[in-house]
Design a protein around this ligand. Structure first.
Ligand SMILES: [Zn+2]
Length: 235
């Protein structure tokens, strides 16, 4: 434990000196590494496995193009104001990771991705720096951290208790780290969530109907987290 502690301490220091938000650290630790919180006194921080998707100049360029087109502002970094919860519609961590890995979508625009991915067993993977703009929900990518949960194939509501527990821990951690986060909603609640005032979309007619991550999951999150001062919407 002591050895790991020092390794993490050195990693934290190296991140400080690179002056970035974790991108360099992710690149330097391409294999899966269990990261610990920057603040060791926060005992409730869940174990997070860094499993970075490809972040290169091309992805940065596509992030800028996407945000300029949809939000009227070229940006690669976000100030998190919401957390949006999803299911993948796929059945394994690897298939989703492989899908998100490439910078570009088939049409040459920014590929879909989320900052976090949760396995069926509740393992939390961090795919991108928490404040890196990811394309996971129309209208909110400029301000929302996305959590994808493996499951929901064919829109079947089948996420696990382990995933619910992991999401509760992760959202609690994110909310304490980023006090700017005021809202948590499921992808299927994207219309109700416009009441937050956070919805922004310059391309008219750009919209898709979603069912993820299901009402059981959102009720579980609301019942466990609403007393933290986070706004939820009725399931
Ligand atoms: Zn979704």
């Amino acid at each position: 434990m002591e050895k790991n502690h020092w390794a993490i301490y050195i990693l934290s220091l190296s991140l400080l000196f690179t002056g970035c938000n974790g991108q360099a650290g992710n690149a330097a630790t391409a294999s899966d590494v269990v990261a610990s919180p920057e603040n060791h006194s926060v005992s409730e921080t869940p174990a997070i496995v860094d499993k970075p998707i490809l972040q290169n100049e091309y992805r940065t360029q596509l992030q800028r193009e996407y945000s300029l087109r949809h939000y009227g502002e070229a940006m690669t970094e976000i100030v998190p104001q919401a957390v949006v919860v999803h299911w993948t519609g796929a059945s394994t961590v690897e298939s989703t990771y492989n899908w998100f890995y490439k910078p570009n979508y088939s049409d040459g625009t920014l590929n879909v991705a989320s900052q976090f991915l949760i396995g069926r067993d509740g393992t939390i993977y961090r795919l991108a720096p928490e404040t890196s703009l990811c394309r996971h929900i129309i209208g909110y990518n400029w301000c929302a951290i996305g959590i994808e949960n493996v499951g929901g194939n064919g829109d079947t509501e089948n996420l696990t208790e382990e995933q619910l527990t992991a999401n509760i821990q992760l959202i609690r951690y994110l909310h304490r780290k980023y006090p700017t986060i005021g809202y948590v909603f499921g992808h299927y609640q994207q219309v109700e969530a416009r009441a937050s005032g956070l919805y922004r979309e310059n391309v008219s007619g750009y919209y898709s109907i979603k069912a993820d991550p299901g009402t059981w999951f959102m009720r579980g999150l609301r019942e466990n987290l609403s007393k933290e001062g986070i706004v939820f919407y009725p399931e």
